[in-house]
Design a protein around this ligand. Structure first.
Ligand code: HEC
Length: 111
């Protein structure tokens, strides 16, 4: 009997954990759409019109795939000219989520 209830608890924890991961991705996707896609494009390959307007190269986010989460988090929260800083406008959770999502785009994991 005891084994069964332990199993139920473990299963419950697993469901909660994967729901949290899914929510994270949803949050990241939402923020990406609102704050990042205008420059980086919906697929992370860069918005050519915006690049022309700003007279800059917007790198394909694929280049970000080789960097650590901490490095990317730093670029996004502090900004990297001409990219604005998002450290003040987004919460820590939102930053984490959006960096995660951007990295997923870079590696082809989030669609
Ligand atoms: C105004 C246009 C603009 C917006 C908005 C913008 N970016 Fe950027 N982003 C850039 C440009 C330009 C670069 C290249 C900067 C450089 O390397 O000089 C860049 C670089 C990056 C990099 C690579 C950083 C690195 O360390 O190499 C990541 C990751 C990134 N952006 C994610 C995001 C995310 C996530 C958002 C939304 C929260 C966002 N960007 C919003 C223009 C923008």
């Amino acid at each position: 009997m005891r084994m069964v209830s332990t199993a139920v608890v473990l299963l419950g924890a697993l469901v909660v954990a994967s729901a949290a991961a899914a929510a994270d991705l949803e949050l990241g996707k939402k923020i990406y759409g609102q704050k990042c896609a205008s420059c980086h494009g919906p697929d992370g390959k860069g918005n050519a019109k915006m690049a022309q307007m700003l007279k800059v190269q917007i790198p394909d986010l694929a280049v970000a795939a080789s960097k650590s989460d901490a490095e990317l988090l730093k670029s996004v929260s502090e900004g990297k000219k001409p990219m604005p800083s998002f450290g003040k406008t987004l919460s820590k959770d939102e930053l984490d989520a959006v960096v995660h999502y951007a990295k997923g785009l870079a590696t082809g994991q989030s669609k």
